[in-house]
Design a binder for this molecule. Sequence first.
Ligand code: ZN
Length: 242
Amino acid sequence: MVVVRLTEVKKETVELTERKYNYMGDAIALAVRACTLTALDLEEIGDTTTVAEVDQSLRQLLDAQHQLEVEERLLTSLCSSSEHEDPESVYMKEWEKDSKKYAALGEAAKYGANKEYCEFRQQVWNVKHEGETMPPLFGAGGNDSDEELTIAGARRTYKCPITTTWLVDPVTSKTCKHSFSKQAITDYLRAKGGRGACPVGGCSRVLNREDLAADPALERNVARRLRQLEAEESSATYTMVQ
Ligand SMILES: [Zn+2]
């Protein structure tokens, strides 16, 4: 009887832990998005000092996210595994071990391999360098992940490879990071029966509808670029009239 009740308590604790961490994880994800959108606006007006401050804030958020993941993993495994003599000291020991390990990591290991951070830097880069390859974030060789290097070095344009016109409701593939106008890629995949080769020349990935996610930051960058072009055009007209 006692055993059954203990198991129930544990189950509740695990569920509570998961709910709590999901909630905090969502809050961090929202803050990361807010950082990105803010940095894009600041980059557009050329306030690089404040962009650097937002960059620092983002790194702190990613540190917090890491801590949260470690805590969640430790607590969940403590709650669901068989009896520990002293769960608290097991927890503290593991926690300290991981904290030391993380603190010893360099910037490249902490952030250069972090997908969200690389995406952030890429988006900020795109504001002023559309179509240009972003230099490696932490120097050459600072990143040991091939996939992340590809993302960091990806060339991004604001035109859909299918329609060859400006991206409309852009979606980005989670597997190859190529972006498309939502309607165009949806039609393309539907014609292929739900999945097909990435339409970008030289990309060998196969795309599924589930691999495509809305890309609000890219959408903003497209809108920004269009505003820039419009401003350039109207000032050109103005000069001509003059
Ligand atoms: Zn692709």
